[in-house]
Design a protein around this ligand. Structure first.
Ligand code: NAP
Length: 259
């Protein structure tokens, strides 16, 4: 399917690895010129080089911490005017409710709620001026079905989801569509780090931890960054103009919810 976005310009934050990288790959395949961000230069440049070599698109990199004001300023300066924004950042660490401090919550809110909001606030006026835009926020299945040990993530992402629910309806008449993609367990470094936490908590091997988590997913496997990216690119496509303010689960059926 031609996604109809060849020649558009997109910014994907936290894009050197994992789900952000999957989104960048799929957008590049659709012909989108990209601005990519992550903190570490090496993986970021390696991803940018692979994309340039596989697809005939322009790739600009901006190595910075997207959760800080200075980092965002650097990324936004490199990005300029973009038609497509995919927001992503690392997720908060697991823990227990007794131990989370105000500072922990502020860090989680900064990374997973206020950063995507700041990026939308900065970039949507240009999209509105040009009469077309797409925003996809990478959130989590925890928005629909909480993961108790990820309370910092549950809280911050719920805040972002509430913001999007209202704002998406305000910008849709102006040609801009905002939607959220909710990953379940995907085969990325983040999943490996959560599996490693399970090995320590339960005294089991990494393989056992993974099999245990796979058993809880009706699809009986982890998702891949490539299939996540394909869904993201579709939401950024011309065909997704009637999808507004939705929270789309990509979790192999793991979340026990009807809607
Ligand atoms: P990942 O494989 O660990 O990749 C994270 C990417 O984000 C890397 O490119 C990393 O590069 C970059 N990054 C992290 N913090 C950043 C920051 N402050 N500024 C700029 N770039 C940053 O993670 P993932 O699995 O793709 O997860 C992406 C998001 O989805 C996370 O918020 C995660 O909580 C959420 N999620 C993931 C899963 C899953 O199973 N994978 C499930 C539910 C939700 P640098 O470290 O070099 O900056």
């Amino acid at each position: 399917m031609d996604l109809g976005i060849r020649g558009k310009r997109g910014l994907v934050t936290a894009a050197s690895k994992g789900l952000g990288r999957g989104c960048a790959m799929a957008l590049a395949e659709a012909g989108v010129d990209l601005v990519l961000n992550a903190r570490g230069v090496d993986a970021l440049e390696a991803t940018a080089a692979e994309i340039r070599s596989r697809w005939n698109v322009q790739v600009t990199t901006a190595a910075a911490d997207i959760t800080t004001e200075a980092g965002r300023a650097e990324v936004l300066a490199a990005a300029g005017a973009v038609d497509i924004l995919v927001t992503n950042a690392g997720g908060p660490p697991p823990g227990t409710w007794q131990n989370w401090t105000r500072d922990d919550f502020i860090r989680a809110l900064d990374a997973n709620m206020l950063t995507p909001i700041a990026l939308m606030t900065a970039l949507m006026p240009g999209m509105i001026d040009r009469g077309w835009g797409r925003v996809v926020n990478i959130t989590s299945q925890s928005v629909k079905s909480p993961i108790p040990q990820l309370g910092l993530s549950n809280a911050a992402r719920a805040g972002l989801t509430g913001y999007v629910a209202g704002t998406a309806r305000q910008v849709a008449p102006l040609g801009v569509n905002i939607n959220n993609l909710l990953p379940g367990i995907h085969d990325t470094d983040r999943a490996l780090s959560l599996d490693t936490g399970v090995t320590k908590a339960q005294g089991i091997t990494l393989d056992e931890a993974r099999k245990q988590r796979e058993a809880g997913i009706p699809a009986r496997r982890y998702g891949t960054a490539a299939e996540f990216g394909a869904a993201c690119a579709f939401l950024c496509s011309q065909h997704a103009g009637f999808i507004v303010g939705q929270n789309i689960l990509l979790d192999g059926g793991a979340s026990m919810v009807t809607l």
